[in-house]
Design a protein around this ligand. Structure first.
Ligand code: ADP
Length: 224
Protein backbone atom coordinates (compact mmCIF):
# COMPACT_ATOMS: atom_id res chain seq x y z
CA UNK A 1 0.00 0.00 0.00
CA UNK A 2 2.77 2.36 0.92
CA UNK A 3 4.50 1.72 -2.40
CA UNK A 4 1.25 2.42 -4.25
CA UNK A 5 0.73 5.67 -2.34
CA UNK A 6 4.26 6.71 -3.11
CA UNK A 7 3.62 6.06 -6.80
CA UNK A 8 0.38 8.09 -6.71
CA UNK A 9 2.18 10.88 -4.89
CA UNK A 10 4.79 10.98 -7.59
CA UNK A 11 2.19 10.86 -10.34
CA UNK A 12 0.39 13.76 -8.69
CA UNK A 13 3.62 15.69 -8.44
CA UNK A 14 4.47 15.04 -12.10
CA UNK A 15 0.96 16.16 -13.07
CA UNK A 16 1.27 19.33 -11.00
CA UNK A 17 4.68 20.10 -12.46
CA UNK A 18 3.48 19.52 -16.01
CA UNK A 19 0.54 21.86 -15.39
CA UNK A 20 2.91 24.43 -13.90
CA UNK A 21 5.32 24.29 -16.84
CA UNK A 22 2.50 24.42 -19.38
CA UNK A 23 1.12 27.52 -17.69
CA UNK A 24 4.49 29.26 -17.35
CA UNK A 25 5.48 28.60 -20.95
CA UNK A 26 2.08 29.19 -22.47
CA UNK A 27 1.74 32.70 -21.02
CA UNK A 28 4.77 34.16 -22.81
CA UNK A 29 3.87 32.23 -25.96
CA UNK A 30 0.37 33.68 -25.98
CA UNK A 31 1.78 37.19 -25.64
CA UNK A 32 4.26 36.77 -28.49
CA UNK A 33 1.65 35.03 -30.64
CA UNK A 34 -0.79 37.91 -30.11
CA UNK A 35 1.76 40.57 -31.07
CA UNK A 36 2.85 38.68 -34.18
CA UNK A 37 -0.71 38.14 -35.30
CA UNK A 38 -1.45 41.86 -34.88
CA UNK A 39 1.59 42.68 -37.00
CA UNK A 40 0.85 40.17 -39.75
CA UNK A 41 -0.80 42.71 -42.04
CA UNK A 42 0.63 45.83 -40.56
CA UNK A 43 4.20 45.55 -39.38
CA UNK A 44 4.11 49.19 -38.20
CA UNK A 45 2.80 47.63 -34.99
CA UNK A 46 6.20 46.12 -34.37
CA UNK A 47 7.77 49.01 -32.53
CA UNK A 48 11.09 48.57 -30.79
CA UNK A 49 9.20 48.51 -27.51
CA UNK A 50 6.99 45.62 -28.60
CA UNK A 51 9.94 43.66 -29.97
CA UNK A 52 11.73 44.14 -26.65
CA UNK A 53 8.64 42.93 -24.85
CA UNK A 54 8.49 39.82 -27.00
CA UNK A 55 12.18 39.13 -26.44
CA UNK A 56 11.66 39.50 -22.72
CA UNK A 57 8.77 37.03 -22.78
CA UNK A 58 10.81 34.51 -24.80
CA UNK A 59 13.76 34.89 -22.40
CA UNK A 60 11.44 34.23 -19.52
CA UNK A 61 10.10 31.05 -21.09
CA UNK A 62 13.66 29.98 -21.81
CA UNK A 63 14.84 30.57 -18.26
CA UNK A 64 11.90 28.61 -16.86
CA UNK A 65 12.96 25.64 -18.98
CA UNK A 66 16.59 26.04 -17.88
CA UNK A 67 15.58 26.25 -14.23
CA UNK A 68 13.34 23.25 -14.65
CA UNK A 69 16.19 21.19 -16.11
CA UNK A 70 18.21 22.06 -13.02
CA UNK A 71 15.65 20.06 -11.11
CA UNK A 72 16.15 16.89 -13.12
CA UNK A 73 16.79 13.97 -10.83
CA UNK A 74 19.71 12.58 -12.79
CA UNK A 75 21.69 15.82 -12.68
CA UNK A 76 25.22 15.15 -11.48
CA UNK A 77 27.10 17.57 -9.26
CA UNK A 78 30.75 18.27 -10.02
CA UNK A 79 32.20 18.38 -6.54
CA UNK A 80 35.60 19.77 -5.69
CA UNK A 81 37.19 20.16 -2.30
CA UNK A 82 36.85 23.80 -1.39
CA UNK A 83 35.78 26.20 1.29
CA UNK A 84 32.20 27.38 1.62
CA UNK A 85 33.44 30.82 2.70
CA UNK A 86 35.29 31.22 -0.62
CA UNK A 87 32.05 30.62 -2.53
CA UNK A 88 30.24 33.18 -0.37
CA UNK A 89 33.00 35.77 -0.74
CA UNK A 90 32.95 35.38 -4.51
CA UNK A 91 29.20 35.88 -4.57
CA UNK A 92 29.31 38.80 -2.15
CA UNK A 93 29.70 41.74 -4.60
CA UNK A 94 26.68 40.57 -6.60
CA UNK A 95 24.33 40.18 -3.64
CA UNK A 96 25.62 43.33 -1.91
CA UNK A 97 24.80 45.31 -5.04
CA UNK A 98 21.38 43.69 -5.26
CA UNK A 99 20.67 44.53 -1.60
CA UNK A 100 21.80 48.14 -1.97
CA UNK A 101 19.44 48.65 -4.91
CA UNK A 102 16.61 48.46 -2.40
CA UNK A 103 18.47 50.01 0.57
CA UNK A 104 19.01 46.73 2.39
CA UNK A 105 22.20 45.41 3.91
CA UNK A 106 23.94 42.07 3.84
CA UNK A 107 26.23 41.18 6.70
CA UNK A 108 28.75 38.35 6.42
CA UNK A 109 29.86 36.51 9.51
CA UNK A 110 32.11 33.77 8.15
CA UNK A 111 33.64 31.47 10.76
CA UNK A 112 36.45 28.99 10.47
CA UNK A 113 35.17 26.01 8.51
CA UNK A 114 36.89 22.95 7.09
CA UNK A 115 36.79 22.44 3.31
CA UNK A 116 33.84 20.52 1.86
CA UNK A 117 33.26 18.57 -1.35
CA UNK A 118 30.90 20.89 -3.17
CA UNK A 119 29.82 21.91 -6.64
CA UNK A 120 30.67 25.61 -6.63
CA UNK A 121 28.08 26.55 -9.27
CA UNK A 122 25.31 24.70 -7.50
CA UNK A 123 26.11 26.06 -4.03
CA UNK A 124 26.32 29.54 -5.50
CA UNK A 125 22.84 29.01 -6.97
CA UNK A 126 21.50 27.69 -3.66
CA UNK A 127 22.82 30.70 -1.71
CA UNK A 128 21.62 33.14 -4.36
CA UNK A 129 18.07 31.73 -4.41
CA UNK A 130 17.73 31.88 -0.62
CA UNK A 131 19.32 35.34 -0.34
CA UNK A 132 17.13 36.82 -3.09
CA UNK A 133 14.02 35.38 -1.41
CA UNK A 134 15.16 36.92 1.88
CA UNK A 135 15.65 40.33 0.28
CA UNK A 136 12.24 40.03 -1.42
CA UNK A 137 10.63 39.32 1.94
CA UNK A 138 12.08 42.50 3.52
CA UNK A 139 9.80 45.02 1.86
CA UNK A 140 10.59 47.68 4.43
CA UNK A 141 14.37 47.23 4.44
CA UNK A 142 16.58 45.63 7.04
CA UNK A 143 19.57 43.35 7.35
CA UNK A 144 20.23 39.94 5.94
CA UNK A 145 22.87 37.89 7.70
CA UNK A 146 24.96 35.14 6.13
CA UNK A 147 26.79 33.14 8.75
CA UNK A 148 28.99 30.06 8.59
CA UNK A 149 30.36 28.00 11.43
CA UNK A 150 31.53 24.54 12.31
CA UNK A 151 29.47 22.44 14.68
CA UNK A 152 31.25 19.15 15.36
CA UNK A 153 31.34 17.20 12.08
CA UNK A 154 28.90 19.61 10.46
CA UNK A 155 29.44 22.89 8.63
CA UNK A 156 26.44 25.17 9.01
CA UNK A 157 25.41 27.92 6.59
CA UNK A 158 22.80 30.24 8.05
CA UNK A 159 20.90 32.81 6.01
CA UNK A 160 18.74 34.98 8.20
CA UNK A 161 16.42 37.73 7.00
CA UNK A 162 14.27 40.29 8.79
CA UNK A 163 11.37 39.82 6.40
CA UNK A 164 7.72 39.06 6.83
CA UNK A 165 8.23 35.40 7.69
CA UNK A 166 5.95 32.59 6.54
CA UNK A 167 2.71 31.17 7.82
CA UNK A 168 2.02 27.42 7.96
CA UNK A 169 0.10 27.55 4.66
CA UNK A 170 3.26 28.77 2.87
CA UNK A 171 5.68 26.67 4.88
CA UNK A 172 3.96 23.39 4.04
CA UNK A 173 4.17 24.03 0.29
CA UNK A 174 7.76 25.26 0.33
CA UNK A 175 9.95 23.50 -2.22
CA UNK A 176 6.98 22.28 -4.30
CA UNK A 177 7.84 23.21 -7.88
CA UNK A 178 5.85 26.23 -9.13
CA UNK A 179 4.54 27.18 -5.70
CA UNK A 180 4.87 30.96 -5.46
CA UNK A 181 3.13 33.86 -3.74
CA UNK A 182 4.86 36.40 -6.00
CA UNK A 183 3.32 37.98 -9.04
CA UNK A 184 6.44 37.37 -11.10
CA UNK A 185 7.75 34.34 -9.22
CA UNK A 186 8.49 31.02 -10.89
CA UNK A 187 8.16 28.97 -7.73
CA UNK A 188 11.26 27.00 -8.72
CA UNK A 189 13.86 28.67 -6.48
CA UNK A 190 13.47 26.55 -3.38
CA UNK A 191 12.70 23.36 -5.29
CA UNK A 192 16.13 23.82 -6.90
CA UNK A 193 17.70 24.48 -3.47
CA UNK A 194 16.27 21.23 -2.12
CA UNK A 195 17.53 19.25 -5.09
CA UNK A 196 21.02 20.80 -4.78
CA UNK A 197 21.03 20.10 -1.03
CA UNK A 198 20.05 16.50 -1.67
CA UNK A 199 22.93 16.01 -4.10
CA UNK A 200 25.24 17.37 -1.38
CA UNK A 201 23.70 15.20 1.36
CA UNK A 202 22.96 18.47 3.14
CA UNK A 203 19.90 19.20 5.24
CA UNK A 204 17.84 22.39 5.15
CA UNK A 205 16.08 23.59 8.30
CA UNK A 206 13.78 26.59 8.36
CA UNK A 207 12.82 28.71 11.35
CA UNK A 208 10.27 31.39 10.64
CA UNK A 209 7.90 33.68 12.46
CA UNK A 210 6.89 37.34 12.56
CA UNK A 211 10.44 38.51 12.88
CA UNK A 212 11.88 36.93 9.78
CA UNK A 213 13.15 33.64 8.50
CA UNK A 214 16.34 31.66 9.03
CA UNK A 215 17.44 29.02 6.54
CA UNK A 216 20.02 26.71 8.04
CA UNK A 217 21.85 24.38 5.66
CA UNK A 218 23.91 21.66 7.27
CA UNK A 219 26.75 20.05 5.35
CA UNK A 220 28.44 16.96 6.69
CA UNK A 221 32.21 17.17 6.67
CA UNK A 222 33.92 14.47 4.52
CA UNK A 223 30.68 13.82 2.65
CA UNK A 224 31.24 13.38 -1.08
P1 ADP B 1 9.66 32.26 -5.98
O1 ADP B 1 10.72 33.08 -5.28
O2 ADP B 1 9.78 32.30 -7.47
O3 ADP B 1 8.27 32.57 -5.49
P2 ADP B 1 10.63 30.07 -4.34
O4 ADP B 1 10.51 28.58 -4.50
O5 ADP B 1 12.01 30.59 -4.19
O6 ADP B 1 9.91 30.70 -5.61
O7 ADP B 1 9.76 30.54 -3.10
C1 ADP B 1 8.42 30.11 -2.95
C2 ADP B 1 7.65 31.01 -1.99
O8 ADP B 1 8.14 30.84 -0.66
C3 ADP B 1 7.79 32.50 -2.26
O9 ADP B 1 6.87 32.93 -3.24
C4 ADP B 1 7.51 33.11 -0.88
O10 ADP B 1 6.12 33.21 -0.65
C5 ADP B 1 8.02 32.04 0.07
N1 ADP B 1 9.35 32.39 0.64
C6 ADP B 1 10.54 31.89 0.27
N2 ADP B 1 11.54 32.40 0.99
C7 ADP B 1 10.98 33.28 1.86
C8 ADP B 1 11.49 34.16 2.89
N3 ADP B 1 12.79 34.24 3.16
N4 ADP B 1 10.59 34.91 3.58
C9 ADP B 1 9.25 34.84 3.31
N5 ADP B 1 8.73 34.04 2.37
C10 ADP B 1 9.57 33.28 1.64
Amino acid sequence: LQKEMYRLDRLNLIGEMAAGIAHEIRNPMTTVHGFLQLSRHNSDNLSEEIIDLMLEELNRANSIITEFLNLAKNKVSVKVKQNLNTVIEALSPLIQAEALRSSKHIILDLGNCPDLFIDQKEIRQLILNIVLNGLDAMSSGGKLMIKTYQNGQTVVLEIKDQGRGMGPEVLEKLGTPFFTTKEKGTGLGLAICYSIAERHHAEIDIATGNEGTTFSIQFKQDQR
